[in-house]
Design a binder for this molecule. Sequence first.
Ligand SMILES: Cc1ncc(COP(=O)(O)O)c(C=O)c1O
Length: 494
Amino acid sequence: MHPRPTTSADPARELLDDFPEYATTQILDHLRSTEYARLDIGGQAYLDYTGGGMYADSQIREHAASLSAQVLGNPHSVSLSSSASTTLVERARRAVLEFFGATDDYTAIFTLNASGALKLVGESFPFVEGGRFVLAFDNHNSVNGIREFARAKGATFDYAPLTLPDLRIDRPALDALLAAGDRSVPRLFAFPAQSNFSGVQHPLDLVEAAHQAGWQVLLDAAAYVPTNALDLRTVQPDFVTVSFYKMFGYPTGVGCLLVHKRALPLLRRPWFAGGTVNFATVQGKAHILSPGEAGFEDGTLNYLSIPAVEIGLRHLQHIGIDTIHTRVQSLAGWLLRKLLDLRHVNGRHMVRIYGPATMKARGATLTMNFYDPEGHLIDYRRVEELASERRISLRTGCFCNPGAGESAEGLTEEDMRAAMHAGADMNLQKFVQLMQTRGGKAAGAIRVSFGLASNVDDAARFLEFAEDLRDQTRLTLGDVSFDIENCRVIRDGA
Ligand SMILES: Cc1ncc(COP(=O)(O)O)c(C=O)c1O
């Protein structure tokens, strides 16, 4: 049997045939050669936009020029230098609210990153004895961690399961979870707008459905907003979390929690800090928290970096988020089809994709594992090493999203218990080995994701790299075979 040809002589032509709308994104080819030229100068194919975005040279220049031209001081004062910082920070805050259509209804709280925003919700949400926290199975660990705040206050939590093989939220199961319980206690439902594991985009109408059932809603938009428009006039979660470096690369160290004004009074901060109080006394042993965002911004804000957020947002607006969306969806759609077509010479599939096999309701994040001609799992760590040798940056592991990986790979509660009991030094590497001994299950995967500076050469380079794994037999992890087509483990030689 002969493999179907997959590498096309002219990927750009083929991409345009499949996705004619790609032609409307030419501005990004121009920017690739001007603003992001360092990628091609260094011969790099960067494919980890879900990990971190790319900054344009002009963002850095504009920010550096602004820093060089001004005297900026700690904003907790009214001096000239302090007021100058406050002005820039407040301009950035306004720009964030405007970008998301949130000016009228939301408060924007600057944080260190999306995790910082999620932690603010977790520690301030009024979980009580008998309260509930429901979250999707494919949340990032920084959302999973909120369950510890719920647990500490006596609330219970439950995960809404995912359907296989598409890894979408099981709607009937979720509806049942949301319908149960006491409406009179505060209840929080959290889900990612886009999974950072599978790229699945969960329907945003879940927000309204949960509201109708009497829940507060936390939408983790960190993986969604870099390539999708989010308009908070039309969908109104109580809490929305983002990291700006994922949207436009620079600055790192700044994220945001957007809180709907109706939900703000619900939050109870467990402590106070410099910058968050209108008044605090030592002898009186009391404090009065500042109203609005100030009550949540602990200590001194990153007042030198926050102004760069406005510059980044302007850069995205100049390109147009819809143009970026069209670009990445086309690239991911083309690569997805080509990867699904890859076969070994014996006709067996080479790649198992976790999540939807089409671009319907999914973003430009593709997560996969490679298998050898006999269906043995190829070690993703070796794949990453080989990719690095070719100057391709991709991501491997579990991407801080254990629930999606557990669902995708069929890992059971028993498997996870075995791992927890295997010793305090358990880590991902040991876990991968352990799962091989428990029916040859995969643990960890390879993730490729596109962003605003991606082009067809990046996608074609990864495809070429993947094709070179055809008939590769030396990189496997264990001796249990997996039948990709029928999604089941088969014993070696069976
Ligand atoms: C969906 C999602 N939520 C939250 C986070 C956490 O973001 P950060 O590491 O910037 O805090 C990430 C990061 O990858 C993510 O993809």
